[in-house]
Ligand binder design. Sequence first.
Ligand code: ADP
Ligand code: MG
Length: 614
Amino acid sequence: MQASRIKLLPDHVANQIAAGEVVQRPASVVKELMENALDAQADEIKLIVKDGGKALIQVIDNGIGMNEIDARMSFERHATSKIADAKDLFQINTKGFRGEALASIAAVAHVELKTKQENSELGTYIRIEGSKVVSQEPIATQKGTSISVKNLFFNIPARRKFLKSIQVEMRHVNEEFLRLALAHPDIAFKLIHNGNIVYQLPKSNLLQRINNVFGAKIKEKLAPVSEETDYIKISGFIGKPEFAKRKRGEQYFFVNKRFIKSPYLHHALNSAYEGLIKDKSYPSYFVYFEIDPKHVDINIHPTKTEIKFDDEPTVYSILKVAAKHSLGQFNLSPSMDFDAKPELEVPYEYTKKTPVSPKINVNPDFNPFEEDMFAQKNKFSSKYYEKQLDKWEALHHDTIEMASQLDGNDTAVSNDNIQTELHSQLNAFLAPAFQFQNKFLVTYKGDKLLIIHQNRAHQLVLFNEMMQQLQQGATHSQQLMFPVELQLQPDEINLLKQQDDYLKKIGYDVNFSENTILINAVPLQQKSAETIAVFQEIIRNLSLDIPVDENAVLELFAQIIAEKLAVKSGQKLQQEEVDKLINDLFSLKSQMFSPKGKRIFVNLDTQEIDNKLM
Ligand code: ADP
Ligand code: MG
């Protein structure tokens, strides 16, 4: 018989291998040590780091501490006080339970532990370097535990080399710290980096904790969310839509006080904002789930933050409903969506798809032609509106007669135009409107009084029009009788040149020379007078930041043109223009935000007006 070749790995080697999984960077050490402090029932936890954690990570807690034997045992692999047998795995109420973290950390760093239990006179000091106990002795120390981890990966140069800059590592440390601090507002936390206090967070409630972390201003930006069912309880705060950010920002889900990532729940939450925020902007959220641990599976990869609920779709819908409720309750949602008929609208993103013909419901009892309504449809005077209001309401709320009824009627509507007519009539805005201070348009719908920002409304209408044309692949360009010449710096010309394809797409025809450009054609919507202003703004934006993809470039151009072209605040509008703008605005799928993300209108309902009159 040949000699057997299988041997058990020496502990320090096994620990180093395990460390590969548990300890990826300083932030992973921070997470493990702070979680241990939380599991030890500390209510004050201090994190001290040097050089982004590359030089030192120290966690000091005032928890239950360990006796001499446990202190030594805690560095053994699979040593844990948190579960005793397999059935405990289904009822986990602690952060850790694998008993791997300290052993792994001690295998790849210089570790010092000081710990003392409440009623012991002396505590224990242990120093370990690369799994070897270098020293162990009694020590006078306070109740609780302090663990410091120095020179991470000192014995694995390849790993050490792959650590990122101090700033990058510190960003990860910071994020890990915040996840825990936000999960436990009732515990005091402090973070010190290279001698500076980064956070000092007293015990508080959740909203105060969020304030203390993100600054007092965040309070106005959040709305509470809460929902309770037998299966799950949801609480926390979600961002008001108008504060949604271009960058993915503060987005936190916690399940039983454990931070988790969940694209699925993220989607649920975002879908509650549909129509409230622009594409590519992100609401903040701090959402806390409480659920019986038997319904979740956290027994997965140690460093992963995913979690599995046994009934994911239920969590999805409860969250979505809770969020919608919260947005509606605080009057942030377009609770009046003007009975939008989404199937009639063509949001520009979808126009590449095959068009679906509009669905029209028929109310056989309704005759819109009584009193010759269509013949009068151009008389957009307030009186006309007032007189016709009820009829229009009926038309709008109920349904509309089919094309057959249009036939043979004494109206200007030709068969070819029936679809368009139906479309615009359906979307016709119904109440009388007037301009206020040459800045706002005032009207109402149902019990809601609307005050619309004319400039932003018009920007959105123009923006959508251009994007829609672009997506349909049609360039609507006009040759200029007198091409516009613009003197520019060579680097500015370069910036523009790089975007020439997109300039063409949106309708510009530009010749470039060394320090001038000649603009021969502009988009149809644009007047030649604005050309220079538009180009200057385009250059200004491109020199700040080059958009990442084609769509972003085109959006930027459309946004700038819309901004320059839109009616300004202070501009007097004719009644027809007021009516048309309102009508155009509410023909869009969503009218909450201007292309730059500003609120377009405010509304007041009877209740709110009554309240103000109390
Ligand atoms: P786990 O947390 O999975 O049990 P660890 O390796 O992180 O595994 O810790 C091992 C054990 O050491 C824990 O079960 C706990 O008993 C003890 N321990 C670790 N850190 C602390 C601390 N800060 N205070 C008290 N006990 C601790
Ligand atoms: Mg642990």
